[in-house]
Design a protein around this ligand. Sequence first.
Ligand code: 2RA
Length: 331
Amino acid sequence: KLPHVAIVGATGAVGVEMLLCLEQRNFQLGELTLLASARSAGKKMKFRGEEIVVKELTHDAFEGIDIALFSAGGGISLEFAPSAAAAGAVVIDNSSAFRMEEGVPLVVPEINPEAAKDRPKGIIANPNCTTIISLMALAPLHEKFVLKSVIASSYQAVSGSGAQGIIELEEQVKAIATGQEFTPRVYPRQIAFNVIPQVDSFTDNGYTKEEMKMANEGRKILGHDTLKVSCTCVRVPVYRSHSVSITAQFEQEPELDKARAAYDGKAGVHVVDDPSQMIFPVPLDTTGKDDCLVGRIRKSLVLDNALDIWVVGDQVRKGAALNAVQIAEIL
Ligand code: 2RA
């Protein structure tokens, strides 16, 4: 029997991309149920040429569901994921609600697919987009040279704030171009032609929740409790792809040619790196695409046994929707 799949948050930026990924990857499913808030219920969405009416999310909406893809924010996941699991569905949750919970695997299919099998709560967590994109570049190097520490700065697309983030950037650019007034809504400051060194709220150690996600989730996914991570997450006026500048230190000397070769044959990531020809990854290269791209690979001038690298990936796709659908494919 082919699985009955539900998407919770089907009308959001990630939900829409999940639908697209299921279609484009010809995911074998028997039935598809789209769930969203009362406000969005009744909307019609297209899947494989058919129209599907979005239903209102309720606790008893999960009867007969085999796989429930959630992307409707942490509050909705906390409230409804247990009901979905209780109804027998495997929940793949894109929110941060359960990521660090004992007994909830945190999975990037190319890195720790086996973790998905051990899911006593019936919930599998999808990592944060910046973590996924960074680890797609770091995992092959970790395999070869054993990671010790990571110092990173991210350049995060406005799509990370959902459709509203994209609308905010678009509206501000138009307003500035035509000399109109505008008031920032989604971000604390103007995002057009600016950068904001805050993603998610600040914690009491001076880092934001987003920056601590990279550290905590990275250790859990790699099963590497002593990994040290320090990062600065920055919002930039880019629509859909996150970029991350990383200095990674290893136990062993990361020879450059061996470092490049570490990506050979690795699914979901490849090297785009020839500065002499001005070849390096930019956000526009990965938008709407599956793969993360790595470039600017060079020996650190500061730390021993360390590489500086640059990685770019589509935040909505590999950063969220595609990774969740790939976890469903493992099931
Ligand atoms: C962001 N990573 O970019 C967070 C959530 N998607 O805003």
